[in-house]
Design a binder for this molecule. Structure first.
Ligand code: ADP
Ligand code: NA
Length: 339
């Protein structure tokens, strides 16, 4: 059996990176896997969240899942804090993972920044909660953006160490699924930073609920360079984008990558289409495409967010179905540990 687990934090400002790097893939995976999609509120509070905002953002992520096409009858959509197995298994894993493993996590270093002493302990042990999320369902595959690869590696190490320490074959070694052309969507203002919910500049990201005029304005103002767009000769023989080529013009390649992902075209097809074009012409085409693809999703999200009872009902039903899978697995683990 192939089972997927993945999640998105309810921290607001859901953006094109979350859509292309995560949510869109979640939709496609429903055909081939049993899918469990979580709104990870326990993760969100590793940094301060206003309670009312957390509640609203939990519904926002749920609305995004539904609007993008996740079918709640087929897949499970639920809220992490509603299934206590996550927190209980995370505690066991806190006693399995090593301080040294956690200290190497680049996301902790980035998020804690210079004020490490002031970061919550939860932020530090975030990866063992993520391991618990995945392994509470014995998920075999996890679709992740590039930014989460290191955390998934830690999940695999945790499963391995638990199995070794206790001499059992309890947990699977979960495989990452890195999908799609735009696995790492960069900021529209600075091609060296990823597009992020927490970027203070709203112009740096296209939000999933942006209206057509906001999308147009953000793409128009996106950082570019004075050169014309490259042709397919920029790619290697296998049609891939060489890293040095990307690094030389990060903003240009980011916009081209977004175009490729949204249009489901290969790099080579996109470069053929725009070879020698000015950015102004390309940006116009990108705007039309983005409005066409995101517009209906954003509108459906807003409709769902205006009906919180419906959204909460879906989360309640999902939590029951998730708990029915996770609780027997937790009991098995507790038995192994000697509780
Ligand atoms: P954020 O990193 O914006 O706070 P989350 O941590 O909740 O968002 O991530 C939710 C999902 O979206 C993860 O699978 C993550 O890999 C993906 N993701 C986040 N930002 C990007 C991005 N800029 N490009 C591609 N995928 C992204
Ligand atoms: Na992230």
């Amino acid at each position: 059996m192939k089972r997927i687990f993945s999640g998105v934090q309810p921290t607001g400002n859901l953006h094109l990176g979350n859509y292309l790097g995560a949510i869109r893939n979640f939709v496609a995976l429903q055909h081939d896997y049993e899918c469990i999609y979580c709104v990870v509120d326990l993760h969100a509070i590793t940094v301060w969240q206003e309670p009312a905002a957390l509640r609203a953002h939990t519904r926002e992520v749920t609305a995004a899942y539904l609007a993008a096409g996740i079918d709640p009858k087929h897949s499970i959509i639920f809220n992490q804090s509603h299934v206590s197995a996550h927190a209980e298994l995370a505690w066991i894993f806190n006693c399995v993972v090593r301080m040294g493993w956690l200290s190497r996590m680049t996301q902790f270093k980035e998020k804690a920044g210079k004020h490490r002493e002031n970061a919550s302990a939860g932020l530090f042990v975030y990866p063992s909660l993520m391991a618990a999320d995945i392994l509470a369902y014995k998920a075999t595959h996890v679709p992740v953006g590039e930014d989460q690869k290191q955390h998934l590696e830690l999940t695999r190490d945790t499963a391995q160490k638990f199995n070794n320490d206790y001499g059992v074959d309890c947990f699977p070694i979960t495989e990452p699924l890195i999908l799609g052309a735009a696995t790492r969507v960069m900021s529209l203002r600075d091609g060296s930073k990823k597009m992020s919910k927490s970027d203070p500049s709203d112009m740096s990201r296209i939000n999933m609920t942006d209206e057509a005029d906001a999308i147009a304005q953000k793409i128009r103002r996106a950082t570019t360079d004075p050169e014309l767009l490259p042709g397919p000769a920029a790619l290697d023989e296998a049609g891939r984008l060489p890293e040095e080529t990307r690094k030389a013009r990060p903003e240009a390649w980011n916009l081209l990558g977004i175009y490729a992902a949204l249009s489901d075209k290969s790099w080579s097809e996109v470069l053929q289409e725009f070879e020698g074009a000015q950015f102004s012409a390309f940006k116009k085409a990108l705007t039309e495409l983005a409005v066409d693809k995101l517009g209906p999703i954003g509108a459906e999200m807003k409709r769902l967010q205006a009906d919180p009872e419906h959204v909460d009902g879906i989360l309640r039903d999902g939590a029951e179905r998730a708990a029915a899978i996770a609780e027997p697995i937790l009991r098995e683990v507790q038995d192994v540990v000697g509780f």
